[in-house]
Ligand binder design. Sequence first.
Ligand SMILES: Nc1ncnc2c1ncn2[C@@H]1O[C@H](COP(=O)(O)OP(=O)(O)OP(=O)(O)O)[C@@H](O)[C@H]1O
Ligand SMILES: [Mg+2]
Length: 229
Amino acid sequence: MPSYIELKNISQSFQVNDSTITLFDKLNLSIYQGESYAITGPSGAGKSSLLMLASGLEQPTTGQGQYVKNDQIKSLDDLRTDIGFIFQQFHLLPELTALHNVALPLKLRGDKLAIVKAENWLAKVGLNHRKNHKPSELSGGEQQRVAIARALVFEPKFIFADEPTGNLDQKSANEVASILINCCHENNAGLVMVTHSEKLASRAQQIFSLADGKLTQPNNSNPKVMLCS
Ligand SMILES: Nc1ncnc2c1ncn2[C@@H]1O[C@H](COP(=O)(O)OP(=O)(O)OP(=O)(O)O)[C@@H](O)[C@H]1O
Ligand SMILES: [Mg+2]
């Protein structure tokens, strides 16, 4: 039985000054290991917010999330060691070189081969020649590739990617998308990508649209994936 993440009836709202902004209400979503998902939708619809909730990095205002691992029900807090996250704004550590940014997740796990593996991943994303550069010395697209290598380097069960190719030209975007998708496929990882690119979205097995607080899936053919209520 594959591991999966289940969001049940989750709502997210923010209190801004005296008014409440509701991003979405009573939304359901299941994310299975080994499957790929794309979430599209207009700017400000709440895609990044949904990704933060699904990955357990933030808590919903109401509703429940659970992580079912080896048939055991766990909280989304337990996802921390099993996910790689590619942030829309990269979130690389500015004082570390590209190589040490990529090696960090492995070092935190005590992996003695951290540097060697990080070098391999930088080569895979086409950045070996920039390994000793700090983020401020890299272009936006290069930083994005470092962030992708950092998320994939420890072969997590789930990858969450917020606009993973947003700063890349079409050719680099295609290459990086292939690396991301192939890596998840090889490792039987679940992949959730937020993207404005129809081309990237079309490479996922399941495509969702988030708009006006609703998550819809035109042409839903997979009964394992739940739609919003
Ligand atoms: N902590 C917060 N407090 C108040 N409002 C917030 C907070 N986080 C997000 N928002 C608001 O929620 C809305 C959705 O934000 P989010 O970043 O999830 O959108 P998005 O769909 O990812 O947009 P984009 O495509 O531009 O990245 C925005 O209007 C944003 O201002
Ligand atoms: Mg966003």
